[in-house]
Design a protein around this ligand. Sequence first.
Ligand code: AMP
Length: 221
Amino acid sequence: MTVKTMKAYILLGAPGAGKGTVAARLVGQEPLVHVSTGDMLREAVKEGRPVGLRAKAFMEKGELVPDDVILGIVRERIERDAGQKNYLFDGFPRTHEQARGLDDTLASFGARVNGVFLLSVPDAVLVDRLSGRRVCQGCGAVYHVRNMPPRIEGICDRCGGALVQRPDDREETVRNRLVVYRRQTEELIAYYRERGLLFEIDASGNPDVTVAGVRKRMAAV
Ligand code: AMP
């Protein structure tokens, strides 16, 4: 089925740029489905699904999961709504191959990428944000040991679950993720810039300001 009104937006940014936070606020303010390949993979690992078993080793090392796995879960996700929704992709695409695959998938629904928002943040801020990040094992709520601490150390305010550090937020893995990010993203930035779809947004400050910047651009594309 072809739905001409379906729109697709992409949030690009280094690990720690705030893609998850910005996406969560955006979907509260705009009619968008948030598609985070990182969240989908973590869920698949937790549930012990075959996709999760394939992805786990790559994720623990901070390496990219193979493109065919990623494109498979994204296509499945879009097919679930039969292309009837607007999507905000977060953490995807990460490679040139994934960008082309996304174009093909969207084209099969009569859609295309409408806008790509690059969240820019200096490296020192990224490392600090990631190594201090703690996630609730129960509900997935995100905290930061200094910038956004829970009321009781190690305990989620929302559900009382234990707060843990994601294995890939350990400092040595963070550094590797930043190296991988830079290597892979240059070509993506070029890919979307050439098509006039790339908009750079300063994401080093308050997330509300970043969200307002993205929404303003979104309304114009
Ligand atoms: P994230 O939560 O987006 O930082 O993703 C966590 C990890 O999941 C990454 O370090 C990769 O191992 C894997 N991953 C998530 N999205 C992708 C993607 N689009 N392509 C390849 N690997 C991915």
